[in-house]
Design a protein around this ligand. Structure first.
Ligand code: ADP
Ligand code: MG
Length: 359
């Protein structure tokens, strides 16, 4: 028996437990388990709701992040969850617990930059809550969005044969975090600054998510908040399929390659397991992949990358569902090296299993 049962069941085991305390079993409830809650509003519209909590010391270090970056990031990570459903964000609620360290100037910079991002996507501030906090600053944001029923993309819709793709290189945010934790910000060169910026100001793929929502060839979609090893595992589990990811195909930016060489990091390890990239991962019909990739690059002047395939799990009955991902209907993520399965331990972020926490 573990001394800490929370550590044993992990973040996702706890979420399953909470549902049973509410009297609902995992299979019964579609509301929980995706990037947003999806509520049908008549026949033509679906409302999307997401909320995320950022706590000083766990998600950010007050001394190491500028208020304008924190304001931007707090909203960006929520917009990313609406994008991960193929929807359009509409409204935001902002709740904050403030310590003495956040003065009026700090708050002005925090809210100005949050407003700038909200304005860019026509998202309106609709309310929130403001309180005092004794020790740690707390930020809770809720975003509401919309989509038509056809546009909504679930984690549970991956189909055997699908191509698995991501919308940008992976691991930059993890590299940026490493630089911040190692106190290398002040000496950072151009490429290292790029990595730090990816960590402090993750780009939310809002327009790209809406575009992907409109593609019938796209089946499943998720945003990579906890790292591909964890989040692609969610898609596999919710869809009841096996997802093979080829490590050699994970896109890695030149900035991360350069910093990895300089600091002795394993870039592939960062790309496969570090969190907070907020890149979209999707699965799509293989016959449409090439044309969709071309049309995406013409629309957004940036690339999508194929990183793996979806396979039927009945052809691999002897493998059990992944223990790490939780909220499971059975399924598994398998990393491949040169086409052969590797035991690549899942390092995706879990709040109760991690020793270090996010920053
Ligand atoms: P994401 O990383 O996309 O923000 P999470 O991993 O935080 O998603 O959450 C997974 C699912 O669990 C979501 O559907 C979320 O609404 C739900 N969830 C998380 N915490 C709780 C909770 N305390 N009570 C009920 N549902 C929760
Ligand atoms: Mg998400």
């Amino acid at each position: 028996m573990s001394k800490n049962p929370l550590k044993e069941i992990g973040e996702f085991g706890l979420i399953e437990q909470i549902q049973t305390w509410f009297g609902e079993t995992v299979g019964d409830l579609e509301a929980i388990g995706d990037d947003c809650t999806v509520i049908p509003r008549g026949n033509q519209s679906m409302e999307l709701i997401t909320t995320d909590l950022l706590i000083e010391g766990t998600h950010f270090l007050f001394e190491k992040i500028k208020p304008e970056d924190l304001g931007y990031k707090s909203l960006a990570v929520n917009l990313s969850d609406i994008a991960a459903m193929g929807g359009r964000p509409k409204s935001v609620w902002v709740s904050i617990g403030l310590t003495n360290r956040a003065d009026l100037r700090w708050l002005e910079l925090f809210f100005q930059s949050m407003h700038q991002l909200a304005h860019e996507h026509n998202v309106r501030l609709m309310g929130g809550d403001t309180t005092k906090s004794q020790q740690h600053m707390v930020i809770n944001i809720m975003v509401q969005g919309e989509a038509t029923p056809d546009q909504v993309k679930y984690r549970s819709s991956a189909r055997p044969g699908d191509v698995v793709f991501v919308t940008a290189p992976l691991g930059d945010s993890g590299g940026g975090l490493q630089l911040l934790l190692d106190d290398r910000k002040d000496q950072a060169g151009h490429n290292e600054k790029k990595l730090i910026r990816s960590h402090n100001r993750p780009y939310p793929f809002v327009n790209e998510g809406i575009w992907l929502g409109n593609q019938t060839a796209v089946h499943a979609l998720i945003d990579l908040s906890d790292g591909i090893s964890s989040d692609a595992g969610h898609v596999a589990n919710r869809s009841g399929v096996i997802i093979d990811i080829e490590l050699a195909d994970l896109p890695i930016s030149n900035a991360l390659i350069e910093a990895s060489t300089k600091h002795g990091w394993d870039a592939v390890n960062l790309a496969s397991s570090a969190g907070e990239d907020y890149v979209l991962l999707g699965t799509c019909d293989p016959s449409s992949w090439q044309s969709m990739k071309k049309s995406y690059s013409e629309t957004f002047h940036s690339d999508m990358y194929a990183v793996g395939h979806v396979r039927d799990r009945t052809k691999n009955q002897n493998r059990a569902g992944s223990k790490t991902a939780g909220l499971t209907t059975g399924g598994q993520l398998q990393f491949l090296k040169d086409g052969k399965p590797v035991d690549y331990e899942s390092h995706g972020f879990d709040h109760f299993r991690s020793q270090t926490g996010k920053a």
